[in-house]
Design a protein around this ligand. Sequence first.
Ligand SMILES: [Zn+2]
Length: 268
Amino acid sequence: MIQETLQKEKRNLFTFLTGAGISSESGLPTYRGSDGIWIKGTKYHKPEEFGTFRYFSQNQEEVWQYNLFWKKLIEQATPNQGHFTISKIEQLLNKKFQLITQNVDGLHQKAGSKNIFEIHGNKQTVRCVSGCGNVMPIPLEIKSKELTEDLTEKDLELLHCQNCGDWLRPNTLWFDESYNEKLYFLNSALKSAKNTGILFVIGTSGATTLPQMLTETVLQYGGYVIEINTEENSYFFERFSRTKKYILIKKKASDALMNIKEIIEEYK
Ligand SMILES: [Zn+2]
């Protein structure tokens, strides 16, 4: 299958779709796991209610406190073997490679990946709520926080837009927002799905709509979908396990990726 795709003239892209599962080996909590729940005072928040624009627009300081705690987790996290192997595969395949990630932790970039669509944004960047200006890195002077640490006056000042004075917000897609091209590369990701020979799905349960659309598009245009998952528990397995062009590899992500890299090296 890999050999066949390498020899194809068209629809020969090797696309990798990754989710939180690939970063859990780096010690980052998965968003939907029990440690993804945010506790503030006596209030428990589930991601679905806390991770919304609606919640942010009423509790900006609290949401920023949580995000600056995440900033610390992300700064401390290092890419693992899975991230590094994907980066090596990109070097082998060059223009025939596309990475699409649901992760907002920037670990793929830390591992050296370049051609990447972050379809849920990136927690290390911010933008103005009113939409003026571009996406930019979190201001350098803002320090990461402990979970219980409050924002300082200086933090508050830096977390407002220098242009219009409105709040800055994390540049990530919240549960009550929609995908788009400008911020989240929606059309680019769908276009690469159409040109994909093999889509590798790693560390995602497929709970959100774009990953579902991407797999459907790949299959519709004649590509293969290879899911790497030690369990038979994802949306993709449910939906496609009877489809001939869907294959489940029941291995740890880092091991399976290493095998894939070796096969590509052999046939390239
Ligand atoms: Zn502004």
